[in-house]
Structure formats: structure tokens, C-alpha cells
Design a binder for this molecule. Sequence first.
Ligand SMILES: [Zn+2]
Length: 154
Amino acid sequence: MKFLCDQMLGTLAKWMRIFGFDTFYANGEIDDKELIDICSKENRILITRDKILIQIARRENLKTIDINTIDIDEQIKKVISDREIDLKKVLSRCILCNTAVDEIKKDEVKDKVLKKVYDNNEKFWLCKKCDKIYWKGSHYENMIDKINEIKKLL
Ligand SMILES: [Zn+2]
């Protein structure tokens, strides 16, 4: 299951990636036609607040999720309400660029993260595209809390 979030939904795109969903986020200059093309070529579900874009997409027989709110929790609820979030997949994808991250050996990150982070974590992941290192620190616990909170509301 792959998604595309339009330019207005950057925060939602970030959360989708945190959940481990392959999510294209169109930041910068990209027109409606290009968005539709990407969805159709890559078989992505279009997530948008743009009513006109929804109409175009439906005409092209694309799957869409119509977002009607600017509240991020409501947006997340709408998108995940009929999809299981596999907690094992949380943090499996780079939040910045959507690339799947790879686990790397602890000693490889020694000079790249703060000593405190190094000492307190055993597992690390790397995005090969943007060189960002991930670990399941306190931000990870916060994410799991948020996911459980949202699941409760479904
Ligand atoms: Zn990346």
C-alpha cells in the first residue's frame, strides 16, 4: 500500500513515513497533472484536501482519501482508520526522504551520534540517501504512545 500526500499535507506525510507507509510527498513545484501521473504510475493512493484534485483523480480511477480537516490527529485517524499499523514497521522508513532504512552496526555510528545516544541504544538504522541515523530513543516511545492514542480513538 503506497500513498502520495499533496503539498498541503507535509505533517501527515511525515507521520505516514513514521508508521512505515511508503509515502511520496510533493514538496516544491509540482502541478496537479504530475501528482496524478505519479499516483497512476506508482499505484499510490492520493491523499489530499484539494477538491478539484480529488475529482481529477477519481476520473482517472485512482484511489483517493479526501481530507476535510487541518487537525493532524483527525487527518491521521482518517487515513489509518481502515488500515492496520504494524508496530514493527514503525521507523523503518526515512522521515525526510521516504527511503527504507537499513540496520547498521553500533560501532559504525560511534562518531556520528552523541555519546549519550550511543551509550543508551543498541540498535541503529541508516538512511543511505541522506545519511540520517535513526534509533529508538524517547521520540520513538512518544510515537508509539501517539499511535496507541489514535488507535484508541478509532
Ligand atoms: Zn533519507
